[in-house]
Design a protein around this ligand. Sequence first.
Ligand SMILES: Nc1ncnc2c1ncn2[C@@H]1O[C@H](COP(=O)(O)OP(=O)(O)OP(=O)(O)O)[C@@H](O)[C@H]1O
Ligand SMILES: [Mg+2]
Length: 397
Amino acid sequence: MLDLVKKVFKQSTMLSDKLPELMPGGVSIAIDTTCQKIVHNPVAARFFGIEDWGNFSPLNFPSFKVLHNGKVLLTDELPIVRSARYGDEVSGFELEFAFQEGISKIAIVSSCPLKNELGVIIGAMTTFEEVTELIHNTRNLSAHGLSLGLLIDDRTKELREEFDKREKIELEVTKLERLNLIGQLAAGLGHEVRNPMTTIRGFLQILHTKSDLLPYKSYFDLMIEELDRANSIITDFLSIAKNKSTEFKRQCLNTLLTNLFPLILAYAYSQDKKCNFEPGEITELDIDSSEITQLVLNLARNGLEAMHNNGYLTIRTFMDDQFIVLSVKDEGTGIKPEDVLKLGTPFFTTKENGTGLGIPMCYNIARRHFAKIEVKSGSEGTTFLIRFPQHIGNGAI
Ligand SMILES: Nc1ncnc2c1ncn2[C@@H]1O[C@H](COP(=O)(O)OP(=O)(O)OP(=O)(O)O)[C@@H](O)[C@H]1O
Ligand SMILES: [Mg+2]
C-alpha cells in the first residue's frame, strides 16, 4: 500500500506541492541540514506569528526558547535539528514554545529527516499539533478537581465536628435528665430516710448514757458515727439534687484559694504527697465562697487519692481569653476514656469506699456559676479545668 502512495507521490508533484498546505497541523521544513532556514506551512506560520511559508528558525532567535518537561532544549536537542543533522526520527514529543512577552504555546511534535534518492539527508520535516488549550483545560480541570476535593474534605471535617458536638450535647442532656430524675427521687427519699434516722440517733444517744450499757459505749459511739456519716452523704446528695440558691459575691478567687490551701497542703502531707498553688493574674469574679471551697476540696481530694506517694498536685489560676480558669492537676493514674464520659453521673465511683458524689457536686456548682468543666486525662495524670465567666449573667457560657 505504502509503495502505491510513494508511486503516486513521484508521479504527481502537485500532491507533494499541496500536501503541506492542506495538512490540518503545522508543517515546518528545514531546507538544508544546518536548519538555518526553516519554512512553515500556514498553520505553523500562524503558530509562530509569521507570514505563510515564511522563514523562521529557532536557531536565529536566541530569545525564543523551546522546553521539554520544563527544561530548555539545546539546539542539538530540537527535533528538527536532530532529524536534519543526525537522521533521528522523533515522534509525539511534547514541547513548550516560550515566546517573548510571556506567551507560551504547547505542541506535540514529530520529526523526520528528508533524504534524496541516494539516501543522503538534505533537510528535515517537522509536523506538529498545537495542544495549548487542551493542556490548559486539563490543568484547570485537575486544579478544579483538587480544590473540589479540598472543599469536600473541609465539609466532611466540619460535618464530623458538628456530629461530635451533637453527640456530646446529647450525652450532656442525658446526664442532666438523669440528674434531674435522681434529684426528684432524692428530695423525697432523703426526707423520708432522715426522719427515722433522727429517731434512731436520739434513742442511741439516750441509751449510750445508761450506766448499765456502759460496756457497749464504743458500739453506741460507732453507731452514732455511722449514722452521722450516712446523714452527711444524704446532705451531699441533696445538695446536688436541690437547686439551692447560690450567694454570689464579687471577689478574687486567688484570695479564697490562698486561705484554703493550708488545709489541702496538710491533707496532702498526711498522705506523703506534695501540693503547689500557682496563682495567676486574674480578674475578680462572682462566686459563692462555700460552694467553690467545696468544689476545690472535692477535686483536690480526688487528685490526691489518684496519686502514689510523692505525687504533685498543682492548683493554678489564669486567664484564658475572657474566662478565669481554675486548674487542678494531678500526677495520678488517670481516668479511663470510657469513665471520663461517666464523670458527673451520681454514684459513679471506682473506689471501694467512694460515694461517687464528689464530681456530680462539682458539676452542679460549676453549672450554678455558669462555669464549664473540662477534663484532660492520660497516663501522666488528670487535669480538671473550670472556666468561669468574669460576670455571671453575661451569657458567656
Ligand atoms: N483526679 C482523678 N484521677 C483519677 N480518677 C478520678 C479523678 N477524679 C475523679 N476520678 C474518678 O471519678 C470517680 C468519681 O469521682 P467522685 O469524686 O465523684 O467520687 P469518688 O471520689 O469515687 O467518691 P467520693 O464521693 O468520696 O468523692 C472516682 O471514683 C474516680 O474513678
Ligand atoms: Mg471524690
